[in-house]
Design a protein around this ligand. Sequence first.
Ligand SMILES: Nc1ncnc2c1ncn2[C@@H]1O[C@H](COP(=O)(O)OP(=O)(O)OP(=O)(O)O)[C@@H](O)[C@H]1O
Ligand SMILES: O=C(O)[C@H](O)[C@@H](O)[C@H](O)[C@H](O)CO
Length: 198
Amino acid sequence: MIYIIMGVSGCGKSALGAFLSEKCIHVCVSTNQLGWPLHEGDSFHPQGNIEKMARSEPLTDQDRLPWLLKLHEVIERERSYGSDALVACSALKRLYRQILLHGSKAFPSSGPDQDGLPASSPDVCFLFLYGDYDLIQQRMVVRRGHYMKADLLRSQFDVLEPPLDKENVLSLDIRTSITDMAMEVEKHIVSLKSSPRP
Ligand SMILES: Nc1ncnc2c1ncn2[C@@H]1O[C@H](COP(=O)(O)OP(=O)(O)OP(=O)(O)O)[C@@H](O)[C@H]1O
Ligand SMILES: O=C(O)[C@H](O)[C@@H](O)[C@H](O)[C@H](O)CO
Protein backbone atom coordinates (compact mmCIF):
# COMPACT_ATOMS: atom_id res chain seq x y z
CA MET A 1 0.00 0.00 0.00
CA ILE A 2 1.15 3.54 -0.75
CA TYR A 3 -0.05 6.24 1.64
CA ILE A 4 0.15 9.80 0.29
CA ILE A 5 0.06 12.21 3.24
CA MET A 6 -1.52 15.40 1.92
CA GLY A 7 -2.73 18.83 2.98
CA VAL A 8 -1.67 22.45 3.09
CA SER A 9 1.75 23.57 4.20
CA GLY A 10 2.28 23.18 7.94
CA CYS A 11 -0.56 20.67 8.48
CA GLY A 12 1.91 18.05 9.74
CA LYS A 13 2.73 15.88 6.72
CA SER A 14 6.43 15.56 7.54
CA ALA A 15 5.81 15.07 11.26
CA LEU A 16 3.26 12.28 10.71
CA GLY A 17 5.32 10.74 7.90
CA ALA A 18 8.45 10.57 10.04
CA PHE A 19 6.52 9.09 12.94
CA LEU A 20 4.84 6.43 10.81
CA SER A 21 8.03 5.58 8.99
CA GLU A 22 10.28 5.27 12.03
CA LYS A 23 8.18 4.24 14.95
CA CYS A 24 4.86 2.83 14.18
CA ILE A 25 4.06 0.87 11.11
CA HIS A 26 6.64 -1.86 11.60
CA VAL A 27 5.27 -2.47 15.09
CA CYS A 28 1.71 -3.04 14.00
CA VAL A 29 2.12 -4.90 10.74
CA SER A 30 3.79 -8.24 10.78
CA THR A 31 6.10 -7.84 7.81
CA ASN A 32 9.85 -8.19 7.88
CA GLN A 33 10.29 -4.53 7.06
CA LEU A 34 11.84 -2.15 9.56
CA GLY A 35 9.38 0.62 8.86
CA TRP A 36 8.13 1.95 5.56
CA PRO A 37 10.22 4.26 3.39
CA LEU A 38 9.15 7.90 3.47
CA HIS A 39 9.47 9.94 0.28
CA GLU A 40 9.43 13.56 1.36
CA GLY A 41 7.83 15.67 -1.38
CA ASP A 42 9.87 18.74 -0.52
CA SER A 43 13.04 16.89 -1.60
CA PHE A 44 11.72 16.54 -5.16
CA HIS A 45 11.05 20.22 -5.89
CA PRO A 46 13.26 21.89 -8.50
CA GLN A 47 15.54 24.45 -6.83
CA GLY A 48 13.58 27.25 -8.55
CA ASN A 49 10.41 26.20 -6.73
CA ILE A 50 12.15 26.21 -3.36
CA GLU A 51 13.56 29.67 -4.03
CA LYS A 52 10.17 30.93 -5.13
CA MET A 53 8.44 29.65 -1.97
CA ALA A 54 11.28 31.04 0.17
CA ARG A 55 10.53 34.46 -1.41
CA SER A 56 6.91 33.93 -0.27
CA GLU A 57 5.58 33.59 -3.82
CA PRO A 58 2.97 30.85 -4.30
CA LEU A 59 3.72 28.17 -6.89
CA THR A 60 1.62 27.95 -10.03
CA ASP A 61 0.27 24.80 -11.73
CA GLN A 62 3.14 25.16 -14.19
CA ASP A 63 5.70 25.17 -11.35
CA ARG A 64 4.18 22.13 -9.74
CA LEU A 65 3.86 19.88 -12.80
CA PRO A 66 7.49 18.64 -13.04
CA TRP A 67 7.52 18.05 -9.30
CA LEU A 68 4.30 16.03 -9.39
CA LEU A 69 5.57 13.97 -12.32
CA LYS A 70 8.72 13.08 -10.38
CA LEU A 71 6.61 11.99 -7.44
CA HIS A 72 4.43 9.96 -9.81
CA GLU A 73 7.58 8.09 -10.91
CA VAL A 74 8.47 7.39 -7.29
CA ILE A 75 4.96 6.09 -6.60
CA GLU A 76 4.98 3.93 -9.73
CA ARG A 77 8.33 2.43 -8.77
CA GLU A 78 7.06 1.48 -5.33
CA ARG A 79 3.85 0.09 -6.81
CA SER A 80 5.77 -1.99 -9.34
CA TYR A 81 7.75 -3.57 -6.47
CA GLY A 82 4.50 -4.16 -4.58
CA SER A 83 6.09 -2.26 -1.68
CA ASP A 84 4.50 -0.39 1.18
CA ALA A 85 5.59 3.24 1.26
CA LEU A 86 4.73 6.73 2.48
CA VAL A 87 4.81 9.90 0.39
CA ALA A 88 4.43 13.39 1.91
CA CYS A 89 3.04 15.78 -0.70
CA SER A 90 0.61 18.69 -0.43
CA ALA A 91 -1.43 17.34 -3.44
CA LEU A 92 -3.74 20.32 -3.08
CA LYS A 93 -5.88 20.01 -6.21
CA ARG A 94 -7.78 17.10 -7.65
CA LEU A 95 -5.70 17.43 -10.84
CA TYR A 96 -2.48 17.12 -8.84
CA ARG A 97 -3.72 13.93 -7.23
CA GLN A 98 -4.64 12.57 -10.64
CA ILE A 99 -1.10 13.34 -11.84
CA LEU A 100 0.33 11.52 -8.83
CA LEU A 101 -1.77 8.48 -9.75
CA HIS A 102 -1.70 8.59 -13.55
CA GLY A 103 1.25 10.81 -14.58
CA SER A 104 1.00 12.85 -17.78
CA LYS A 105 -2.16 10.97 -18.83
CA ALA A 106 -3.94 13.23 -16.35
CA PHE A 107 -2.93 16.47 -18.10
CA PRO A 108 -5.90 18.47 -19.35
CA SER A 109 -4.31 18.46 -22.83
CA SER A 110 -4.35 14.63 -22.95
CA GLY A 111 -7.79 14.71 -24.57
CA PRO A 112 -10.88 12.66 -23.83
CA ASP A 113 -8.98 9.84 -22.07
CA GLN A 114 -8.22 12.12 -19.20
CA ASP A 115 -11.91 12.25 -18.24
CA GLY A 116 -12.07 8.46 -18.07
CA LEU A 117 -9.20 8.05 -15.62
CA PRO A 118 -10.15 6.32 -12.37
CA ALA A 119 -10.47 8.67 -9.39
CA SER A 120 -8.48 6.27 -7.23
CA SER A 121 -6.11 3.33 -7.32
CA PRO A 122 -6.76 0.36 -5.04
CA ASP A 123 -3.19 0.33 -3.72
CA VAL A 124 -2.92 4.10 -3.09
CA CYS A 125 -4.64 5.84 -0.17
CA PHE A 126 -4.60 9.58 0.55
CA LEU A 127 -4.22 10.58 4.20
CA PHE A 128 -5.80 14.03 4.28
CA LEU A 129 -4.63 16.13 7.23
CA TYR A 130 -7.29 18.76 7.81
CA GLY A 131 -7.39 21.66 10.19
CA ASP A 132 -8.22 25.31 10.32
CA TYR A 133 -6.12 28.25 9.23
CA ASP A 134 -5.49 29.65 12.71
CA LEU A 135 -4.14 26.43 14.18
CA ILE A 136 -1.81 25.76 11.26
CA GLN A 137 -0.70 29.39 11.15
CA GLN A 138 0.26 29.23 14.84
CA ARG A 139 2.27 26.06 14.24
CA MET A 140 4.04 27.56 11.25
CA VAL A 141 4.96 30.74 13.08
CA VAL A 142 6.86 28.78 15.73
CA ARG A 143 8.37 26.28 13.29
CA ARG A 144 12.08 26.92 12.76
CA GLY A 145 14.43 26.16 9.89
CA HIS A 146 11.84 25.79 7.12
CA TYR A 147 11.83 27.86 3.92
CA MET A 148 8.01 27.90 3.78
CA LYS A 149 6.71 30.68 5.99
CA ALA A 150 3.20 31.26 7.28
CA ASP A 151 2.54 34.11 4.84
CA LEU A 152 1.94 31.56 2.07
CA LEU A 153 -0.66 29.65 4.06
CA ARG A 154 -3.65 31.65 2.80
CA SER A 155 -2.71 30.84 -0.81
CA GLN A 156 -2.48 27.14 0.10
CA PHE A 157 -6.07 27.19 1.44
CA ASP A 158 -7.21 29.12 -1.65
CA VAL A 159 -5.93 26.34 -3.88
CA LEU A 160 -6.99 23.38 -1.74
CA GLU A 161 -9.65 21.08 -3.16
CA PRO A 162 -10.33 18.62 -0.34
CA PRO A 163 -10.32 15.03 -1.58
CA LEU A 164 -13.64 13.27 -2.21
CA ASP A 165 -14.48 9.85 -0.74
CA LYS A 166 -14.16 8.27 -4.17
CA GLU A 167 -10.48 9.26 -4.21
CA ASN A 168 -9.77 6.65 -1.51
CA VAL A 169 -9.09 8.93 1.41
CA LEU A 170 -8.69 8.67 5.16
CA SER A 171 -9.21 12.12 6.74
CA LEU A 172 -7.31 12.94 9.94
CA ASP A 173 -8.05 15.83 12.29
CA ILE A 174 -4.80 17.67 13.07
CA ARG A 175 -6.08 18.87 16.45
CA THR A 176 -5.23 15.38 17.68
CA SER A 177 -1.69 14.28 18.47
CA ILE A 178 0.63 12.69 15.94
CA THR A 179 0.45 9.49 18.00
CA ASP A 180 -3.36 9.42 17.77
CA MET A 181 -3.33 10.09 14.04
CA ALA A 182 -0.80 7.30 13.60
CA MET A 183 -3.12 4.96 15.51
CA GLU A 184 -5.92 5.78 13.05
CA VAL A 185 -3.59 4.87 10.20
CA GLU A 186 -2.58 1.64 11.91
CA LYS A 187 -6.24 0.69 12.27
CA HIS A 188 -6.72 1.35 8.58
CA ILE A 189 -3.74 -0.81 7.65
CA VAL A 190 -4.88 -3.63 9.89
CA SER A 191 -8.39 -3.49 8.42
CA LEU A 192 -6.97 -3.67 4.89
CA LYS A 193 -4.74 -6.62 5.75
CA SER A 194 -7.63 -8.47 7.37
CA SER A 195 -9.98 -7.94 4.41
CA PRO A 196 -7.91 -8.70 1.33
CA ARG A 197 -8.98 -7.17 -1.96
CA PRO A 198 -11.02 -9.38 -4.29
N1 LIG B 1 -0.64 16.91 15.41
C1 LIG B 1 0.25 17.84 15.76
N2 LIG B 1 0.23 18.37 17.00
C2 LIG B 1 1.10 19.33 17.36
N3 LIG B 1 2.06 19.85 16.54
C3 LIG B 1 2.11 19.38 15.28
C4 LIG B 1 1.22 18.36 14.83
N4 LIG B 1 1.52 18.09 13.54
C5 LIG B 1 2.54 18.90 13.21
N5 LIG B 1 2.92 19.67 14.25
C6 LIG B 1 3.96 20.70 14.22
O1 LIG B 1 3.52 21.66 13.26
C7 LIG B 1 4.61 22.11 12.49
C8 LIG B 1 4.33 21.83 11.02
O2 LIG B 1 4.40 20.44 10.80
P1 LIG B 1 5.15 19.85 9.52
O3 LIG B 1 6.42 20.59 9.26
O4 LIG B 1 5.24 18.39 9.71
O5 LIG B 1 4.08 20.22 8.39
P2 LIG B 1 4.16 19.95 6.83
O6 LIG B 1 2.77 19.70 6.38
O7 LIG B 1 5.17 18.89 6.52
O8 LIG B 1 4.67 21.34 6.30
P3 LIG B 1 5.29 21.73 4.87
O9 LIG B 1 4.34 21.29 3.85
O10 LIG B 1 5.40 23.23 4.96
O11 LIG B 1 6.63 21.05 4.76
C9 LIG B 1 5.85 21.40 12.99
O12 LIG B 1 6.54 22.24 13.88
C10 LIG B 1 5.28 20.18 13.71
O13 LIG B 1 6.13 19.73 14.75
O1 LIG C 1 2.16 22.68 -3.51
C1 LIG C 1 2.84 23.52 -2.94
O2 LIG C 1 2.59 24.72 -2.85
C2 LIG C 1 4.09 23.05 -2.29
O3 LIG C 1 4.22 21.70 -2.42
C3 LIG C 1 4.10 23.35 -0.87
O4 LIG C 1 2.99 22.73 -0.27
C4 LIG C 1 5.40 22.92 -0.28
O5 LIG C 1 6.00 21.83 -0.91
C5 LIG C 1 5.35 22.57 1.13
O6 LIG C 1 4.13 22.69 1.74
C6 LIG C 1 6.41 23.36 1.82
O7 LIG C 1 7.14 22.54 2.51
